[in-house]
Design a protein around this ligand. Structure first.
Ligand SMILES: [Fe+2]
Length: 359
């Protein structure tokens, strides 16, 4: 992105692979304005069209937009990097299988969320004869490709991770098991827009829900931002991709130790990825709650231990509300006044004060 100094080398094995082997362009910067309209080009290896998205100068996780033409399909593939999939537009089906096991096919639609089980064969099909289908994949390919630097191993390994997947007719049935901390362990979310949320204990009237998919180490969550509210400034490790599904607003983000604040205006379809350890804040400018889905590398769920699923964050640091830059808050109040939405943060400030008093 012009004006921002995003760290990260473009000389890694992964970068070379994208540029010289895949020969598919890579979109860079701090955000993509609309995943539905980002330009896609023919992608011979995968089939259909697509584009890589490498935001925030990080080489931990990447994203891809893939478009399958009406009545078309992609080529089958398998790989030892994880892959989360969120359907941006259209409807279709995916077939998943392990060598020597029956094939399993399930259907998806706009808003569906799932993960490809590690190293399982998979193939995606468009279910419409007249409309393209478009999905977003978020993967940890950069870390895996840069670790092994061997395409035959990454895309041709015969090991079956049976702890992740073995044929079972209801593997992608939209069922799940609830764990503490709003975690739903499931392998298929039919529509994130209609998934029931649970109230956040810390943020007034924010609803959220976390997903542990296909027993992976990457994960996803959805979060709601009520009108007149913003999320406290915070920073963490790299690799989160945030897709706005409903509403409108803006993010502010700045490199720690600088006052160079970047503003990103978002709406339904915008994707952002906060750079490693940069502070960022989400502000709702709409009259309705805004809703986002986040596909993460940086917030992992460890293995199930007994009936307890543990979330581990690489690290997260939040700015308490009484240490915020008063000008950023004043700016937000001026903006919501213009759209006629009352400022709604008092209850969240009170909860935050209470939580910190308990610590
Ligand atoms: Fe964040």
């Amino acid at each position: 992105m012009a004006g921002s100094k995003l760290k990260g080398t473009k000389d890694s094995f992964y970068d070379h692979w994208v540029r010289e082997v895949e020969r598919v362009p890579s979109v860079e910067g701090l955000f993509v304005d609309d995943l539905r309209t980002v330009e896609v080009v023919p992608w011979p290896r995968k089939g259909g069209r697509g584009v890589y998205i490498n935001l925030a100068g990080q080489r931990v996780s990447d994203a891809q937009i893939c478009e399958i033409p009406p009545g078309g399909q992609q080529n089958p593939e398998k790989h030892i990097f994880e892959e989360l999939i969120f359907v941006v537009q259209g409807r279709g089906a995916t077939t998943v299988w392990n060598e020597g096991e029956p094939k399993l096919t399930f259907e998806w639609q706009e808003g569906s969320l799932f993960a490809i089980p590690l190293n399982s064969w998979h193939q995606h099909f468009n279910g419409s004869g007249s409309q393209p289908a478009r999905y977003l994949a978020v993967t940890d390919a950069p870390i895996i490709l840069n670790r092994f630097r061997n395409l035959d191993f990454v895309f041709g390994c015969d090991f079956l991770f049976r702890d992740r997947y073995t044929f079972s007719e209801d593997y992608f049935a939209a069922s799940g098991q609830e764990y503490s901390d709003a975690i739903l362990k499931t392998n298929f979310v039919p529509d994130v827009m209609t998934t029931p949320l649970v109230p956040s204990p810390r943020l007034s009237s924010h609803g959220f829900r976390r997903f542990h998919l296909s027993n992976g180490t990457m994960s996803a969550h959805i979060g709601e931002l009520p009108p007149g509210q913003y999320r406290f400034g915070h920073r963490h490790g790299p690799g989160a991709h945030i897709i706005w599904l409903k509403g409108k607003g803006y993010d502010l983000t700045w490199e720690t130790g600088t006052k160079n604040v970047h503003r990103i205006d978002w709406h339904s379809g915008t994707m952002t990825s906060p750079p490693e350890w940069w502070y960022h804040q989400h502000f709702n400018l709409g009259k309705e709650p805004a809703l986002a889905v986040a596909l993460h590398f940086n917030i992992r769920i460890s293995q199930v231990e007994g009936d307890f699923l543990q979330f581990t964050r690489t690290s997260l640091k939040e700015i308490p509300f009484d240490k915020e830059d008063p000008e950023l808050r004043a700016q937000y109040i001026r903006e919501i006044e213009k759209v006629g939405v009352p400022f709604g943060m008092e209850e969240t400030y009170r909860l935050d004060r209470e939580v910190r008093a308990d610590d």
